[in-house]
Design a protein around this ligand. Sequence first.
Ligand code: NAI
Length: 212
Amino acid sequence: MAKSKGRVSDAVMRRMPKYYRYLKEMRDDGIERISSRELSDKMGLTASQIRQDFNSFGGFGQQGYGYNVNELYEEIQKILGLDKTYNCIVIGAGNLGQALTNYSGFEREGFHVMALFDINPRLIGMSIRDIPILDIEDIEGFLDQHRVDIAAICAPKDAAQSIADDLIKYGVRGIWNFAPTDVTSSSEVVIENVHLSDNLHTISFRMGGYSL
Ligand code: NAI
């Protein structure tokens, strides 16, 4: 685990990737400067909310009429740890595990997928984008020999917690869990439980007439 840099609220933490996404798009579109007003309009936040968010990290200077897009992008990239690369593995090489591995965008952002692991002998030995599917039985040896930062769990719900416990025991410090259960840990590991169905249920909820 990296040295603590202080506390940041969950809401700010969840907004940072969105700032990054918008700034990346602006940068790719060749936009050099943006006023705090334009940024707030684009993001759907108030200018004071944006200032408060940025103040959590000491604030980012506005020069002239606004922010320098590239500088802000690079600052947020660093804050998000996206100026580094991460070694990743995927546990469960079924539909979702293969889909995540097939998406090369994660690789471009520095998340390098080294291998997938599965229990199914029909999958073991195959590869996805030249990334091998290995036997889950061999995971301990693999983690002994390779530094793995993040593991995506794409296995069935019943296996998820014990898979996570093993990964954590062998030194993995980031768990991206897709199984429909909330994986937990008492150690200092970063866990994100992703439930796409929650978003879908929010859509059906709102379509029923409730609004924000
Ligand atoms: P799948 O059945 O296609 O793939 C699961 C794979 O896990 C299989 O290849 C199976 O052999 C393997 N597996 C089973 N036990 C294992 C173990 N102990 N260690 C390693 N591998 C093991 O299922 P699919 O569609 O890929 O879904 C994977 C998981 O993701 C499920 O838990 C599913 O409920 C969940 N899911 C979650 C979503 C989300 O929004 N978070 C969306 C879609 C699926």
